[in-house]
Design a binder for this molecule. Structure first.
Ligand code: ADP
Length: 403
């Protein structure tokens, strides 16, 4: 009897322990995910990392980030690296009107400003504070977005003299590294979130599940943004090289159709592809061509609410002509050139509602141009849009070398 009771207790205990173990695992996982999410999404932490790295890369001793406040027409302190508590207190209390320091000049010129010797500048509170802290030379880098001034990064050194030109130009390389470092933990977050949603760590009730789905959506959006920035930074740093091979354009079109069909179907749109018979074999970077086509078809589906999206492919006098036509809202003349620029989106509620980064077309343009091609759009408001890519059938090494 006692033995039976012991066995029952033992089993109950084992079940309870297993259950507890699972809860602990789950809690630990959630806290890890939480930490990773907040460490990646905490803007201040990201800025601080960026600043510390910039200071290191530039061989400087300290650095500052200021944000520009438009209503006050002044710069406000955000973050410092290499500063003592006392220096921090001083610099964070400074009130710096727009045109008082070199920051105003750098912003107005939209270009980095070198100050080889601070002693030669007219006195102002920021200069005086830097001199008192022992700094002699500074580099002011303006942070300018597509349509507004964000602020400045200032790098400071104890020695006099200009910063070497590599410092002023390392932005792309730096962005490429940074994007890579952000992408790795983000992929882990998305991976864990997916496992949690799939119930691998135990069944979840609706509320945490809803929250996890939001983590997933935001995480995916951030990942898309980081991937775009990474591509762009690589292009700028001259690191995006083409991989040239023979490939079949109809096959590329088919892959893109297969990838985007579910999106079109979900929106009730008709997606068709018409590729001319007997297309010549292509020679170029197949992966980049699919990426461009995927982006154009993705946009067409995203911005079109009713009707259809059609892909057309043809070869004409040594060139491929790829077209993506939609029955969406169309693009006004004034916006047609602009949308191929970085971070450029049409400013209307439709675009805002559909989301996106404003980088897809800029990246597509660079990828097409690297292969000696062109990209353009034909459209009018209310008339749908047709994006056209013209590519040499045979992309040769010359074009690659020219980049
Ligand atoms: P994203 O789509 O991520 O915003 P893109 O660079 O791909 O960035 O596109 C830039 C902008 O061009 C979009 O935000 C949108 O305003 C406009 N656009 C692109 N494709 C279309 C289209 N097929 N129909 C209407 N507007 C478009």
């Amino acid at each position: 009897m006692i033995a039976i009771e012991n066995a029952r207790l033992f089993n109950a205990l084992r079940a309870r322990t297993a259950e507890l173990g699972r809860s602990v695992d789950e809690l630990q996982m959630l806290s890890e995910v939480g930490q990773a999410v907040s460490s990646t999404l905490d803007l201040r932490a990201v800025l601080s990392t960026i600043l510390t790295r910039s200071v290191g890369l530039a061989g400087a001793e300290a650095g500052l980030i200021f944000r520009y406040s438009r209503p006050e027409r002044a710069f406000r302190f955000v973050e410092a690296a290499g500063y003592t508590e006392a220096m921090l207190r001083e610099v964070s209390a400074l009130d710096i009107p727009e045109n008082m320091t070199g920051m105003g000049e750098a912003i107005a010129r939209r270009a980095p400003l070198q100050i080889p010797d601070l002693r030669e500048r007219a006195p102002n509170p920021l200069r005086d504070q830097a001199l008192a802290a022992g700094f002699r030379s500074v580099l002011i880098v303006p942070l300018v977005g597509a349509d507004r001034i964000l602020g400045t990064t200032i790098l400071q050194r104890r020695a006099t003299g200009e910063f070497p030109p590599e410092t002023v130009q390392h932005k792309s390389q730096f962005l490429a590294n940074m994007s890579h470092e952000l992408r790795t933990p983000l992929n882990a977050i998305l991976g864990y979130a997916e496992l949690l949603v799939d119930g691998i760590y135990g069944v979840m009730t609706e509320r945490p599940k809803g929250v996890l789905e939001r983590i997933q959506n935001n995480g995916r959006h951030l990942l898309a943004l980081i991937n775009d920035v990474l591509d762009l930074a690589k292009i700028e740093a001259g690191q995006l090289t083409l991989t040239l091979e023979d490939y079949s354009l109809p096959e590329v079109v088919q892959t893109v159709v297969t990838a985007t069909e579910p999106l079109a179907t979900a929106k009730g749109l008709k997606l068709t592809a018409q590729v001319q018979d007997a297309m010549p074999m292509a020679h170029g970077d197949a992966r980049r061509v699919s990426q461009v086509l995927l982006n154009l078809v993705g946009n067409a589906i995203k911005f079109t609410d009713t009707g259809e999206v059609e892909i057309r492919g043809a070869a004409d006098r040594g060139q491929f002509v790829l077209e993506v036509r939609d029955t969406g809202p169309g693009i006004a003349d004034a916006d047609q050139e602009r949308i191929f620029g970085e971070f450029q989106q049409i400013d209307n509620s439709n675009t805002r509602q559909k989301g996106g980064t404003g980088l897809g077309l800029a990246i597509s343009k660079r990828m097409v141009e690297m292969q000696g091609g062109t990209i353009s759009v034909e459209s009018a408001l209310g008339q749908g849009s047709t994006f056209r890519v013209v590519l040499p059938v045979h992309v040769d090494e010359m074009m690659e070398a020219a980049e």
